[in-house]
Design a protein around this ligand. Sequence first.
Ligand code: ADP
Ligand code: GLC
Length: 495
Amino acid sequence: MPGAMRILQVSAEIFPLLKTGGLADVAGALPMALAAEGQDVRVLLPGFPAILEKLSDARPIGGIVAPWGARAELKLGRVALADGVAMPAYVIDAPDYYGRPGNPYENPQREPYGDNHLRFALLSFAAARVAQGIDADWQPQVVHAHDWHAGLVPAYIAFERGSSNGAGAGAGAATVFTVHNLAYQGLFPRTHFDALGLPPSAFDVNGLEFYGQLSFMKAGLYYADRLTTVSPTYAREIQTPEQGFGLDGLLKSRSSQLTGILNAVDDGVWNPAVDTLLPQAFDVRKPAGKARCKALLQEELGLALRDDAPLFVVVSRLTEQKGLHLVLDALDALVTAGGQLALLGSGDGWLEQAFVERAARSPRAISVTIGYNEPLAHRLFGAGDVTIVPSLFEPCGLTQMYGLKYGSLPLVRRVGGLADTVTDCSLENMADGTATGFVFDEFRSEEFTRALRRAFALHARPADWRRVRAAAMRRPADWRHAAAHYLNVYKEALP
Ligand code: ADP
Ligand code: GLC
């Protein structure tokens, strides 16, 4: 590929092989978009069972001995991403570390694995080996690491460049680190530091030390040549004490090297015109099929078969971040006003239980499905009138973008990527045709309820509703655009 940039992407999950959240969607879509632009892209993944199972044409590339003595085999093969595109993939075969089915980070009791520091240090260490040329046929110019799981990538590579403090360019690949969620930092006790094989100088406030612990996230933020996060608003927010999780000072000092690049929607996976997971396809010119999707979903979930009842949907991890207790507080009002709620999610036990109990009292108006179910998520966006995302914080958020595309108008809080993707139905936005959803500011039940009332008010005006829905469905969310931004960042990162 003459003229192409050689890019290695490192992530712990990737759609459609293994997914716990939006990170996987992005990790699957971005390399495809870069490859479609003619770039020479490969991915590096831990050899979790779900990934090894799907690795085709695998051949051994070399053995890896981690600083703490662990041995792994690096394989190169291909993984089929969405649309059947075969992406070259390095996979770390290390059954002692990755040979655990299910969630990649937690045991079945939902506790983080006790050796996560080693499991993910191994991922980063392997990335540095690839950068160093363990595969004689291919050496990346840029290594792009995602979230704390790959946070040590820039550290290992920086110290290999030979400088004693990890700073400064030299031989070896340039590094780009992307924050998908600053709330998850990969913090470990100091006692684990020695095993990692990094020089003692790395355990420093100018390094990966964070209040006496070691922070994989901070390693990424400190040592990477360039930083990105997943929306322009979140890029600003994480430089403030309110949303910086203690890392705002560092982020602020690196402000000129930090870019917010808005996530996009993978058209091969999320497109109501061709989505085979929907009972009936529809698009902005022929939205009629959406009514059928709604009727069939109401039937499937045991909701009252009412076309006139606005159907609110939630597809979410049930955690503090997502702000769903605001929905709980407003459920009586929602039902009294004649609305319906269909929720799909899993997470914190108390939230799961609260939603399940509330649904049991109004089974014809509220449906709650606990679990993880990709096809049902598609059916929910296809059927929904409104997608609720009232997050406390939200780096980007993908479900509101799926809601836009599927004509299920987002009701969101003005924070992070939600603020960058949804335009409120204020009179002026309605007048100039930019309105695409419902946006509230303060993280309070009254504010949420007011936005809910706006949704009901608009729903009572079908012509206006259709106009807003058409604007929502037309909103561009193309990965090509985002990939072009990443490419610029990669170019800046090169020495
Ligand atoms: P986050 O990554 O913080 O969880 P995002 O909105 O970026 O939030 O991405 C969430 C992704 O996970 C979306 O693709 C969404 O459809 C999916 N998702 C979340 N919960 C579920 C669930 N219970 N079942 C199926 N898909 C889910
Ligand atoms: C994280 C964030 C979410 C973002 C996703 C993909 O999980 O919580 O807001 O959309 O990563 O970047």
